[in-house]
Ligand binder design. Structure first.
Ligand code: KG4
Ligand code: ZN
Length: 339
C-alpha cells in the first residue's frame, strides 16, 4: 500500500509518501511571508498553498521514486485549521483521487501529530496503552491511546495552548514569529530562575492545563520595567517564562502518569521541538523509569509525513472518506473521542 499524504492546514504546504508502513519522502514548503506580520495571514496562506501544492506533491513523488500511478490512496488534512488553507489541500486531493480512481481518507490534523512518533512504522500491539501529550499552536491535549482511533482525553488546556503561550509571550517580549523558536533562542543565554512566574494548574488533581494567567503575569511583569531594562534582561525573562511553561507541562504529564499508572509516554506537536522541554522530559522520564519518545525535530512542527502515516494506518483499518468530504476548520479530536 502506497499512500500520498497532503497537509495545508496552516502555513506549511507539505506532501509525503508512506509505502508499506515506512516513510519514503517528506517535502515541506514553509511560508516565511507571514513573519513580517507577526502571525499567519489567512488569505496569504491560501494563495501560497495554491502556488506550492503542485510542485510540493511532484517533489514528494519524485523523492519516493514513484509516479502517481503507483499510489493506492491519498490522505489529506481536512481540519482543524484555516478554512481557505485546508480547501486548497483537500480539493487537490479530491481531484487527484477522482482522476486516478483512488480512495481518499480525511485526517484530523491532531491525529496526524499523534502518529508523528511512529513514522518508522505503525506501533506494535504491545505498545498500547500509552500517554500522548499533544502540544501545538492551537491545542494542548493529554491523551490515553489504546489503539487506532481509540483515544481518551485525560486533560486539555482550559484557555490558551502551550504554543500560543510561546507565540503571545514572544510578541510581548518583542521577539519574532513563530514565538516558540524565538523564545527558545533568546532563553539560551538567560537565567530560568530570574523571574518567579506562576506555574498554572500545578498540583491540580485533574490533568488540565492553563496558560493565559502566565501570559498575563508576563504582561504585568513587563509593564513594571523600563524600556532599557526590558531590552537588557529580555533573555532572562524569556528563560523564566519558558521554564514556567515547561514546568507546567511536566507537572500535568506527571499527573497523567500518576492517574493512569502508564509508563510509556509520547510527546508531539510544534512545542515538542523545544530543547529545554526535551531536556527536562528526558531527566523526568529517567528518574521515573518511563519510556519516553518524541518525533525527530522536523516532524514536531507541521508536516505531511504524519498525515501520510495516519492515513496508512487508517486505510489499513479499512477506513475511507467519501469524495464529497468537506473541510472542517473546527474539527475536534477531543469532541469526537468523547462522543
Ligand atoms: O504543531 P505546529 O507546527 O502547528 C499547529 O498545529 O499549531 O505547532 C506550532 C506551534 C507554534 O505555537 C510555535 O511557536 C511552537 O509550535 N513551536 C515551538 C518550537 N517550535 C515551534 N515552541 C517552543 N519551542 C520550539 N522550539
Ligand atoms: Zn500542527
Amino acid at each position: 500500500m502506497i499512500v500520498l499524504g497532503i497537509e495545508s492546514s496552516c502555513d506549511e504546504t507539505a506532501a509525503a509518501v508512506v509505502a508499506d508502513g515506512s516513510l519514503r519522502s517528506n517535502i515541506v514548503a514553509a511560508q516565511l511571508d507571514h513573519t513580517a506580520y507577526g502571525g499567519v495571514v489567512p488569505e496569504v496562506a491560501s494563495r501560497l498553498h495554491e502556488r506550492h501544492i503542485v510542485p510540493v506533491v511532484d517533489q514528494a513523488l519524485a523523492a519516493a521514486g514513484i509516479s502517481v500511478r503507483d499510489l493506492t490512496g491519498i490522505a489529506v488534512t481536512y481540519g482543524p485549521g484555516l478554512a481557505g488553507a485546508l480547501i486548497v489541500g483537500l480539493n487537490f486531493a479530491k481531484g487527484l483521487a477522482q482522476s486516478l480512481g483512488l480512495p481518499i481518507i480525511g485526517i484530523d490534523h491532531m491525529e496526524g501529530h499523534l502518529w508523528a512518533n511512529f513514522l518508522q512504522g505503525p506501533p506494535a500491539a504491545d505498545c498500547y496503552p500509552y500517554l500522548c501529550l499533544l502540544v501545538s499552536g492551537g491545542h494542548t491535549h493529554l491523551w490515553q491511546v489504546d489503539g487506532v482511533g481509540q483515544y481518551t482525553l485525560l486533560g486539555r488546556s482550559l484557555d490558551d495552548a502551550a504554543g500560543e503561550a510561546f507565540d503571545k509571550g514572544a510578541r510581548l517580549l518583542g521577539l519574532g514569529y513563530p514565538g516558540g523558536p524565538a523564545i527558545e533562542a533568546a532563553a539560551r543565554s538567560g537565567d530560568p530562575q530570574s523571574v518567579d512566574f506562576p506555574r498554572p494548574m500545578k498540583g491540580s488533581p485533574k490533568c488540565d492545563f492553563s496558560f493565559s494567567g502566565l501570559k498575563t503575569a508576563l504582561y504585568h511583569h513587563l509593564q513594571g520595567l523600563s524600556e532599557s531594562h526590558r531590552r537588557e534582561h529580555r533573555h532572562h525573562i524569556a528563560a523564566a517564562y519558558q521554564e514556567a511553561i515547561v514546568d507546567s507541562l511536566l507537572d500535568r504529564l506527571h499527573q497523567g502518569v500518576r492517574q493512569t499508572g502508564l509508563s510509556r509516554v509520547c510527546v508531539a506537536g510544534g512545542v515538542s521541538a523545544n530543547a529545554r522541554l526535551r531536556r527536562r522530559l528526558d531527566a523526568w522520564a529517567q528518574s521515573e523509569n518511563l519510556t519516553l519518545s518524541y518525533p525527530p525535530l522536523e516532524f514536531c512542527t507541521d508536516n505531511a509525513a504524519m498525515i501520510a502515516m495516519a492515513g496508512y494506518i487508517r486505510f489499513q483499518a479499512g477506513d475511507r472518506s467519501p469524495l464529497d468530504l468537506e473541510v472542517n476548520p473546527n474539527l475536534s479530536l477531543a469532541d469526537r473521542a468523547q462522543g
